[in-house]
Ligand binder design. Structure first.
Ligand code: HEC
Length: 111
C-alpha cells in the first residue's frame, strides 16, 4: 500500500513537471552546442547575448530556405537582425557541426 502511494505521488509530481516545463531539449544537441561554444551567448529559452533559440525557430517557421543562410551567418558571423549586437565568427565549431545545430534550432517547438 505504502509503495502504491509513493508511486502515485511520484507520477503526479512527474506530470506536473511535464506540464510546467517547456518542451524537452535533446541533451546531445545541447552538448554539441556547448562544445561548439554557442552557449556562451545563447540559451534555448532566454535571450543571452544572442536570441533565444526558440525565438529563432519561431521567426523562421515555415521558411526552410533560410537554413543555408543561417549556417553561413553562424560560420562567418553577422548582425543586424535581432538588435545592435553582432555574432562573431564560429569557424572553429566547423561547418558540419554548425549545420547540425542550425537544423536542430529550426525545429525547436515553442514553449
Ligand atoms: C559571441 C556571442 C555568440 C556566439 C559565440 C554565438 N552566437 Fe549566435 N548570435 C549572437 C548574436 C548577438 C546574434 C544576433 C545577430 C543578429 O542580430 O543578426 C546571434 C544570432 C544567431 C542566430 C540567428 C541568426 C539570424 O540571422 O536570425 C542563430 C541561428 C545562431 N546565432 C546560432 C548560433 C550557433 C549555432 C552558435 C555556435 C556555433 C552561435 N550562434 C554562437 C551571438 C553569438
Amino acid at each position: 500500500m505504502k509503495v502504491k502511494i509513493l508511486l502515485l505521488s511520484a507520477a503526479m509530481g512527474g506530470s506536473q513537471l511535464v506540464f510546467a516545463a517547456p518542451p524537452p531539449v535533446d541533451p546531445a544537441m545541447l552538448e554539441l552546442a556547448d562544445q561548439s561554444r554557442c552557449l556562451v551567448c545563447h540559451d534555448v529559452e532566454v535571450k543571452v547575448r544572442g536570441p533565444a533559440w526558440r525565438d529563432v525557430a519561431k521567426r523562421y517557421r515555415g521558411k526552410p530556405e533560410v537554413e543555408e543562410v543561417l549556417v553561413e551567418k553562424v560560420y562567418k558571423g553577422g548582425g543586424g537582425v535581432w538588435g545592435d549586437d553582432y555574432m562573431s565568427s564560429n569557424k572553429r565549431a566547423g561547418m558540419d557541426n554548425i549545420r547540425i545545430l542550425v537544423k536542430w534550432i529550426l525545429t525547436l517547438p515553442e514553449s
